[in-house]
Structures are given as C-alpha cells and as structure tokens.
Design a protein around this ligand. Structure first.
Ligand code: SF4
Ligand code: SF4
Length: 345
C-alpha cells in the first residue's frame, strides 16, 4: 500500500527542514564543498537569472512516495494573489526569459490560470510541471491541454516508467492509467507531435536507491513502448536523480539505503556536471515569496546569499552570489548530472 498522507500530516520528524539538514550532515561522508574544492570549483557561484522557477504551493492531488516537496492533498500551503503579483512585477521589470511553474500540482492554485495568462501576455517562455493526472481528475481540468496550447506553455510531465506496476508503485494506484489518458488529451491538441511547436517533455526518475540510466537510451525505450502500447507521442525524456530530501530521504533511512545511496552519489561526483547545475541560472520562489537558490534548497530552507524575498528581487545582487550548498547537492552532480531539464552532461 502506497503513501496516503504527507510527512507533515503524520507529524514525522523529517517533515521539518532542520531535521533533514541534520540527517544529511550526520555521517562520515565528505562535504559537497570539499569535493568542489578538490575540483578547484569552490565556491559555486550563480550567473544571471535566466529561469524564475515558481513553486506555487504544496497542495497536490497525489501523494507520491519520493516527493521532495512532501506535497499531498492534506497540505494547505498555496501562493496568494499578492505574491503572484509580486512575481509578475519582477518578471515584467526584468529580462527573465523563462518562467517555470511547479508545485504540488500547480493547477490546483486558484490563481494559476490568471498567472499563466499574465506571463504569456508578457511574451515569456512558460513551462508548467504537470503531474498529468490532474487533467483527468475532474471535468473542470479537462480543458487544460487547450489552455496550455493557447498560451504556448511547454508541458513537463512526470511519468516514472512505461509500465503501470512501476509507475503506480511510486505515484499511487491508478496513476499510470490516468497519466496515459492525460497524455492522449495532450497529443490530441498537438502536444508531443513532430513540428507542432507544442512541447511535451516527460520526466523519469528511478524507482529505488539507484541513479538514472543513460538518458538517450531510456528516451528511445520510452518512445518505442508508449507508441506501441498507447499511441502516445512526446518530445524529450528528462532523467532526474532522486534527491535525498523529504519523502525520499525518509524512504532511504527507513529502508537502510541512506548510506549506500549517498556513497554512490559521492563516488559518482562528476566535475563536468557542476557547470550545468540549475542553481547557476535559476532562482526559486516559494509559495510565500521567499527566494532560494533552487527548489531543493527551498525544501531544506537554506536561505540564499542575497535578497531573500521576491519583493526584494535585485538582479545585480543576485548575480555572482555564492550558492548555499549541502550534501544533497551530490544528487545534481552524480554521473551525467541532474537538473530540472534532465541530464546535464
Ligand atoms: S505529483 Fe509531484 S508534487 Fe505531487 S506528490 Fe507527486 S511528486 Fe509530489
Ligand atoms: S541542490 Fe540546488 S544548490 Fe545544490 S547543486 Fe543542486 S541546484 Fe545547486
């Protein structure tokens, strides 16, 4: 039986960011900064903000086993109209080309559609991280594919595997079947079809305590299987490593896999992947407007060196800031690297 509620609702000790940070630092493994220094790459510094990644809240219609947000239907945190307006002001006043909207299930935020329409009117590239099942969960979301198409939204959709057993084990009973129905609706309006200009990218993450396999090979397999079994098309597959944060950290500790997984990440440290880590060109905004170097630092409540709220956004002060790092960062630099856009090398 899969997870039915958030760590927060359970009152689990790892629901708190300080206890997660403590768990990550409580063993004999090297620090991320020491590895960076060995590779002559310390400190890690941010460049220009190309991507504003806005996490609009922790409310979700799913309760996936590995969620690094600890999102679930029982969560209440959701971005207010006031914070959305502050984000919009920053987007309009600055030359940030890409707006990446995530959650939870971002579509559950009552201001979501207004915000997408407003950003689209500013002519920016919009990405939405969609869990797919939201589209078929309720008739009021059935028009999301055409809404996305109207506003040139790029859809980044989670699908851990092309089989029901592996997907449902990670994301919940019936998720695979609902995801395939949603993918068909997206395909119906042109998403994922060659030359349609409507981008539909899928996200794969491993089911257990191991690193993702080769991205190009897995993408070919996903394309072959989804086409043959369901006539589903998509553009690219992004392979993302599971980050040792929140529910995945809880899973690693509970199953006795924590130390071996962390050791695997440390041993697979790839200096070439450091250049592609997303904190170098992305700034993360939390539901309450706080700023972080990335969505993972947001969950660990590691404040950035610089402005700490969207209302204080200042591109000059953010550029060149030293990024706040920790052991979880090994998840971004192992093997082929891992970012919101998949492998980085
Ligand atoms: S769909 Fe995404 S945000 Fe929701 S519980 Fe699953 S991993 Fe977390
Ligand atoms: S976890 Fe965040 S701060 Fe650390 S390397 Fe990855 S993107 Fe950068």
């Amino acid at each position: 039986m899969g997870r039915t509620q958030s760590l927060m609702r359970e009152g689990h000790v790892l629901a708190g960011a300080p206890s997660q940070r403590l768990a990550l630092e409580s063993d004999a493994l090297p620090s991320f900064d020491a590895k960076l220094a060995q590779a002559d790459m310390y400190p890690l510094r941010a460049g220009v903000v190309d991507i504003l990644q806005i996490n609009v809240g922790k409310v979700c219609n799913q309760t996936c086993a590995h969620c690094h947000v600890d999102a679930a239907p029982d969560r209440k945190e959701s971005m207010s109209r006031e914070i959305f307006e502050q984000c919009l002001y920053v987007i309009a006043a600055n030359d940030i080309p890409i707006i990446d909207i995530t959650g939870g299930a971002p579509e559950l935020n009552p201001h979501f559609r207004w915000f997408v329409e407003s950003v689209s009117a500013l002519g920016r590239r919009i990405m939405v991280r969609c869990n797919l099942t939201i589209i078929v969960s309720n008739p009021k979301y059935h028009d999301l594919p055409s809404f996305y198409a109207r506003h040139n939204v790029e859809v980044v959709a989670s699908l851990p595997f092309y089989s029901a057993s592996r997907t449902d084990a990670q994301r919940g009973e019936g998720v695979y079947e609902a995801s395939i129905r949603a993918l068909a609706l997206l395909n119906d309006v042109g998403y994922g079809k060659p030359d349609s200009g409507r981008l539909l990218n899928l996200v794969y993450n491993p089911a257990g305590a191991f690193l993702p396999a080769d991205q190009a090979g897995l993408e070919a397999q996903f394309k072959r299987e989804l086409r043959a079994k369901h006539s589903v098309e998509f553009n690219q597959l992004f392979c993302i490593a599971n980050m040792p944060i929140s529910r995945y950290l809880e899973y690693l500790i509970r199953t006795g896999n924590y130390e071996s997984y962390m050791r695997r990440l440390v041993e697979a440290f790839n200096p070439a992947a450091v250049a592609g880590v997303m904190c170098r060109n992305t700034l993360s905004v939390a539901w309450d407007g706080r700023l972080f170097d990335c969505d993972f630092n947001q969950m660990l409540e590691m404040s950035p060196n610089g402005p700490s709220h969207i209302k204080d956004f200042d591109s000059d002060r953010l550029r060149g800031r030293e990024i706040a790092t920790g052991r979880h960062c090994f998840g971004c630099t192992a093997g082929s690297g891992s970012s919101c856009g998949g492998a980085t090398v």
